[in-house]
Ligand binder design. Structure first.
Ligand code: ATP
Ligand code: ATP
Lengths: 217, 217
């Protein structure tokens, strides 16, 4: 159980706060807009209405006790940067921040912000990947152009096994998990006959996955 | 190679467009703001400056030839909804859209939008998870409270094997991949001695992962 500070309770800051609270952590939420604070006041461990460009106001919030403080102010570049500078002089242990441009990112980076987030760009990449690979439910990059993907098996493949469907690809991927309704089987045999209602979790090189995915659909 | 339409070239729409172009697809990009279109004009397959609330203007863009059209207009609720309605009457095959509130989401859903995206909220959840599990580099939900996670092994564990470190957890997780510099080993033996520079990809129930992760750090 840790303590986090979230400054800026717009959609991004608010959702991060609520999720952290759900995960059992303490969250101090701060925003200059009363309505934004009121919306979350009953959930937050501490809620404060404050203009964070005002160092005095920020000092009173005991944010140096937080493990990490997230600055989720996007539009107002000056408020974001001034807030980060104040947090550093207060002695906050670790700062994460949202950035709205490449230049904003570079400045935050030079100010020692540990992790910089671009919500819209990062989701843009995920959405493009989802449009590009409609058969992939979920994916995770493993580095070295390897990916872990979750694919639904086409019902027409009922009665066939992975070996039948993908005889030439077998050495190029690893069938990690087979999910069928509520059962999860790890390292399933590729000779198991599918029922057509499975979801497969496969790790392989991008090249191998691209060649296999259409055959499973 | 597919064809996509992206309406609204703010940070989210612009990044989705660039990523789709990188992935080899054709992208028609539309925005009423000339600067936004100019920024991407040299990359887009077709670029159009148009107010998409104007059905006549939208009709001239041949968007019905797209596999999917993404409406990436956030702030202007009316523009977003009117655009979706026009796209439907134009006969666009599939529509995805960004939503900025729960109500916006509900309306889009009733209008038959296939996939609705909340960039700020979805990133808020990811950031909260990253703050919650600082040892996890990447993760993917597998459903049924199972996750696939990538964790860096602590260098102090040099010379120990997974069996040594996690004797009681062995049946509750599956060691899927072991990455060491450029080598990726699938289904590695849990008796292999670690060097302390590995990254492990593990699938397991949330409960099992929560108990194991600290022991690997
Ligand atoms: N100086 C400040 N002090 C405190 N809070 C601030 C300050 N400036 C902005 N905020 C708050 O930060 C929050 C996020 O602001 P921002 O301008 O990034 O909105 P946004 O980009 O629409 O947010 P989101 O995309 O997360 O919904 C707002 O609720 C705003 O009131
Ligand atoms: N009627 C319209 N016709 C065409 N484009 C529009 C229309 N209304 C808004 N847009 C464009 O949609 C884009 C995204 O608008 P939005 O108000 O969502 O900005 P935003 O939320 O800051 O975007 P992002 O978060 O993606 O950066 C803008 O570039 C804007 O010019």
């Amino acid at each position: 159980m840790a303590q986090f500070g979230v400054i800026g309770l717009g959609r991004f800051g608010a959702r991060t706060s609520l999720e952290l609270l759900d995960l059992g952590h303490e969250v101090i939420g701060v925003d200059s807009d009363e309505k934004s604070v009121d919306a979350l006041a009953e959930y937050l461990t501490h809620a404060a209405i404050a203009d964070v460009t005002d160092e005095k106001a920020l000092k009173e919030l005991s944010l140096e006790e937080c493990d990490v403080v997230l600055v989720a102010i996007g539009e107002d570049l000056q408020a974001s940067l001034l807030c980060v500078l104040h947090l550093k002089s207060i002695g906050v242990k670790e700062i994460w921040a949202k950035a709205t441009s490449k230049e904003h990112h570079q400045i935050l980076s030079k100010l020692g912000v540990k992790r910089i987030i671009h919500p819209e760009e990062e989701m843009g990449i995920r959405v493009a990947q989802a449009l590009n690979y409609p058969m992939v439910n979920e994916y995770m990059s493993l580095g070295h152009n390897w990916y872990c993907v979750e694919i639904d098996v086409n019902e027409d493949l009922n009665g066939k096994s992975i070996e039948d469907i993908l005889p030439d690809d077998l050495e190029h991927f690893h069938l990690l998990l087979l999910k069928r309704r509520d059962e999860v089987t790890a390292n399933p045999s590729t000779s198991v006959k599918l029922e057509g209602n499975e979801t497969l979790v496969i790790a392989g090189s991008l090249k191998a996955l691209k060649s296999m995915a259409p055959k499973l659909q």
